[in-house]
Design a protein around this ligand. Structure first.
Ligand code: NAD
Length: 506
C-alpha cells in the first residue's frame, strides 16, 4: 500500500511547513518498481522533516511510447530547469533502436558532470567479503565513449569516438579533490588506461596530476585501470575516493555496488554547477514491479545526498542514521533477507517496501549502536567552482593528414605503392595501418587485414607546413586513382608538440 505523503500526480504538490526555507524539487516516480520505492522514500523524508516541495513530472516508458524518442516531453525540461534539483526513480528504456537513454540525455543536457557513487560495507548486518569497504567512486559523467558518436566506416569496420576534453578532466578531478576535502577523505585514486590510450586517457591522468598538486593535504595516486580494478575488487579497503573516466566509472561502481551486498543499496548523485539529479544505481526491475518488495534503500540514500546538497544536512543526518539503525535491527527487504539466509545472522525480519519505510520513519531521531553514525552538519557541500585553464589560444599547426580508405582489392604493398606515387609534391606517404597495426612499409603477411586502411601523409620536409588546400589536392589525386577515401583525421602539432599517436610498430 502506498505510503506517499504527497499527491502523486503531475505537478501536484504538498508544501510542508518547516523552519528551513522549503525547496521545490522535481520528482519522477519512474517505471517498474520506481513508484513504490519513490513513495516509500518520500514518506521517510517527510517524516524526517525535509523542507521540500515535490513537483511531479512524467518521464520514461509512457513518454517514450507516446513518441518522444528521448523519453521526455519538451515542456518537462522547463520544470527540471526551474527546480534545479531532480529526485528520480528508475525508468525503463524500451528495447530496440531509435530510443535514446534518458539518463544519458539528462546528464549531458544539464551538464551533470560528476557522478558520485558511494559503496559502503554494512558489516556484520549485510554479508560482505570486505567488512572495511568505504569507497566513493567519482565518475566523469558526460564524455568518453558515452558521446554516442558511432559510425559504420566500411562493410567490415564500425567505430565509436572516445572524446575526452581538458575542461571535462579539470572539472571532474577538481570535484573529486573538493569532495575528499569536504568529507574528510584522505586519498584520491585515479585510474586510466594511458599506457595504451596515451592521448585521451593520458590527458585525464595528466590533468589529475596537475589538480592533485593543488591539494597537498590529500594523498593522490594513479593505477592502470585493469590492475586497479582487480585491486579494488580484492582489497577495496585500500581505496578511499576513486576518480574515473565515464566507462570505467560505470563498470567499477556497479562492481562495488554488487560487492556491497545488493544493487538495491547503492545511491548515486549526478552533480553539475547549476543542476543536480539524485537516483539509485539500479534500474526499474520490471519483474518485481507492483509487488511492494523492492528495496528502497538506494533511492533513500540518494535522497540523503540530495538533502545535503540543498543545505538540509540535519535532516539528511536524521534519515541516514535512522536507516542505519533499521539495517542493524535486521529489518530487511527480500534482497537482503535472501542474502543473510544461511549466514550466522539469525535475528532479522523480512518486510515489504512500504513497511521498511515505516520502520525507518519510526527510527527518525535514533542512531545506530553498532554501525558508525553519520555526521553531515557542518559538512555542507560548498565546493569551489571549477577553475578551467584556457587552452583555446594554443598554437595548432597542421602537420599532415590520416586518410582512411576502403579497400578490399589491393594488398598492403599494392595500396602503399599506388598511394606513394601520388603523394608528392605536398606529401610523402609515411605508413599504412590496418586496425592500428602498421602494414606498410615492411608489414608481415601474417597480419590480418580488414577493408579499413589508415594512410598517413606528411610533408616531405619536416619544416614544411600543410594546408587544407594541400589536403584537397591530395584527395583529388586519390579519387583519380579510383581509391575510395572514407574519412580524414588532421594531424596537428599543438604548441609544437605532436597531437597524434604513432602507428603500432611504426
Ligand atoms: P535492474 O537494476 O532494474 O534489475 C536487475 C535485478 O536487480 C532485478 O531483477 C532485481 O533482482 C535486482 N534489483 C534491482 N533493483 C532492486 C531493488 N531496489 N531491490 C531489490 N532488488 C533489486 O536492471 P535491468 O533488469 O537490467 O534493467 C531494467 C530496466 O531498468 C531497463 O529498462 C534498463 O534500461 C533500466 N535501467 C534504468 C536505470 C535508471 O533509470 N537509472 C538504471 C539501470 C537500468
Amino acid at each position: 500500500m502506498s505510503v506517499c505523503p504527497y499527491e502523486c500526480t503531475a505537478n501536484a504538490s504538498r508544501e510542508i511547513p518547516f523552519m528551513t526555507k522549503t525547496r521545490t524539487i522535481s520528482v519522477a516516480r519512474g517505471d517498474g518498481i520506481g513508484p513504490e520505492i519513490m513513495d516509500a522514500c518520500l514518506h521517510v523524508l517527510s517524516e524526517a522533516g525535509a523542507a521540500i516541495k515535490p513537483k511531479f513530472i512524467e518521464i520514461g516508458d509512457k513518454v517514450y511510447l507516446r513518441g518522444h524518442t528521448a523519453g521526455i516531453a519538451e515542456d518537462t525540461w522547463d520544470i527540471l530547469r526551474d527546480c534545479k534539483v531532480f529526485y528520480k526513480a528508475p525508468i525503463t528504456t524500451p528495447q530496440g533502436e531509435g530510443y535514446k537513454s534518458l539518463n544519458v540525455t539528462i546528464r549531458k543536457t544539464l551538464s551533470l558532470y560528476a557522478n558520485v557513487r558511494p559503496a559502503v560495507s554494512y558489516h556484520p548486518f549485510v554479508p560482505i567479503k570486505h567488512p572495511q569497504m568505504d569507497v566513493v567512486v567519482i565518475r566523469e559523467n558526460e564524455e568518453d565513449l558515452y558521446a554516442g558518436i558511432e559510425h559504420q566506416q566500411t562493410t567490415e569496420v564500425v567505430q565509436c569516438l572516445k572524446l575526452i576534453s581538458r575542461p571535462g578532466c579539470e572539472r571532474i578531478s577538481q570535484y573529486a579533490f573538493e569532495y575528499a576535502r569536504t568529507y574528510g577523505r584522505k586519498k584520491v585514486t585515479c585510474m586510466t588506461k594511458d599506457n595504451i590510450m596515451k592521448i585521451t586517457d593520458g590527458l585525464f591522468h595528466k590533468v589529475f596530476d596537475e589538480v592533485a598538486s593543488g591539494y597537498p593535504d590529500i594523498e593522490s595516486e594513479h593505477w592502470i585501470i585493469d590492475i586497479g580494478t582487480a585491486k579494488l575488487a580484492d582489497t577495496p579497503e585500500d581505496f578511499d575516493v576513486v576518480v574515473l573516466p565515464n566507462l570505467y566509472g560505470d563498470i567499477v561502481s556497479d562492481m562495488l555496488g554488487q560487492i556491497a551486498g545488493s544493487v538495491g543499496l547503492s545511491p548515486s548523485a549526478n552533480i553539475g554547477d547549476n543542476y543536480a539529479m539524485f537516483e539509485a544505481i539500479h534500474g526499474s526491475a520490471p519483474r518485481h514491479a507492483g509487488k511492494d518488495i523492492a528495496n528502497p534503500s538506494g533511492l533513500l540514500l540518494a535522497g540523503v545526498m540530495m538533502l545535503v546538497h540543498i543545505g538540509q544536512p540535519d535532516v539528511a543526518e536524521r534519515v541516514h542514521n535512522a536507516w542505519l539503525k533499521t539495517i542493524e535491527d535486521g529489518i530487511y527487504t527480500y534482497d537482503l533477507a535472501r542474502k543473510v539466509k544461511g549466514t550466522g545472522i539469525k535475528r532479522y525480519r523480512e518486510v515489504s517496501t512500504s513497511d521498511f519505510s515505516r520502520v525507518v520513519a519510526a527510527n527518525i531521531g535514533r542512531k545506530p549502536e553498532h554501525l558508525k553514525p553519520v555526521h553531515y552538519i557542518g559538512r555542507v557541500a560548498n565546493f569551489q567552482k571549477p577553475k578551467l585553464t584556457n587552452v583555446r589560444n594554443s598554437e595548432m599547426q597542421l602537420d599532415g593528414v590520416d586518410v582512411f580508405v576502403r579497400n578490399s582489392k589491393l594488398s598492403a604493398d599494392e595500396l602503399g605503392e599506388k598511394l606513394g606515387q601520388i603523394a608528392e609534391p605536398e606529401f610523402r606517404l609515411i605508413m599504412i595501418t590496418n586496425r592500428g597495426q602498421k602494414v606498410y612499409p615492411g608489414g608481415l603477411p601474417e597480419t590480418f587485414c580488414t577493408d579499413h586502411w589508415r594512410c598517413r601523409f606528411q610533408p616531405p620536409k619536416e619544416s614544411a607546413c600543410t594546408t587544407n588546400a594541400d589536403i584537397r589536392s591530395l584527395l583529388k589525386r586519390i579519387e583519380q586513382r579510383n581509391i575510395e577515401w572514407i574519412k580524414l583525421e588532421n594531424l596537428y602539432l599543438i604548441n609544437g608538440k605532436q597531437g597524434y599517436t604513432l602507428g603500432q610498430g611504426q
